[in-house]
Design a protein around this ligand. Structure first.
Ligand code: BEZ
Length: 221
């Protein structure tokens, strides 16, 4: 096994679930933006390797298509790559000309890689300069709630990212967990009981959605 390179050794550890999102002030296609500008709103902050590349273009089309749904769920979108703001402008114009889709979310021009490094979006064994496909779901208190990483060659499911935001918001609203593949309208998971007595009470109540003392579904709300 090779040793990590010097560059890799100096990368800060990426923010983890439950940690505050690293602050930033960045140049974007919609002017200067700071993390604080998103306080009180949810944010999906995602990186892509490079403008004018086919997989990234398909992802941008998918984000553009679901952008109203993210908004309906109180969530903003913010993209990032290490390309310049001029490249971003040219690319969003090309996407609109070729595919008829308007990119309404801002794109960070992180040419120095400073923000990408702070968020753990650079993986030197994949590329020294281009970001991998990272996704940070940041809540309205600017805490990191979910982190996804995909390699350069695999486009992400934007529907899954939207599902993740909806699931996290449902968890916050109702104090519940969500099962595999959960979608809005599906039943949610009630927290398991913490004592033997509570477990017995739960089973005795005879709710058909309580399949066992630790496995209790219910409708949200
Ligand atoms: C793409 O978006 O098509 C892509 C970008 C970097 C590496 C491989 C594919």
């Amino acid at each position: 096994m090779d040793q990590p390179t010097v560059a890799a050794a100096f990368l800060p550890s990426p923010p983890r679930i439950g940690e505050p999102a690293p602050a930033f002030e960045v140049e974007t296609t919609q002017g200067t933006l700071r993390l604080d500008d998103y306080a009180g709103s949810w944010l999906v902050f995602f990186s892509h390797p490079a403008d004018f590349t086919p997989v990234c273009t398909t992802e941008f089309l998918a984000f553009a298509n679901l952008s109203p749904a993210f908004k309906e769920n109180g969530c903003e979108l913010l993209a990032l790559s290490t390309d310049s703001v001029y490249a971003h402008i040219a690319w969003v114009r090309a996407i609109e000309a070729t595919f008829g889709a308007r990119i309404t979310f801002p794109i960070v021009a992180d040419a120095s890689g400073e923000v990408a490094r702070a968020y753990g979006m650079l993986m030197p064994r994949e590329s020294a300069t281009e970001a991998v496909r990272a996704v940070f779901v940041i809540d309205d208190r600017q805490v990191v709630r979910a982190v996804l990483y995909y390699p350069m060659t695999t486009g992400r499911s934007v529907e899954e990212i939207l599902r993740l935001v909806r699931a996290l918001r449902t968890t916050d609203r109702h104090g519940v967990a969500t099962p595999a593949g959960w979608l809005p309208g599906d039943k949610v998971i009630v927290s398991p009981p913490r004592t033997v007595e509570m477990a017995e009470e739960r089973v005795k109540a005879g709710d058909p959605d309580c399949r066992d003392w630790y496995f209790h579904l219910k409708s949200p709300g």
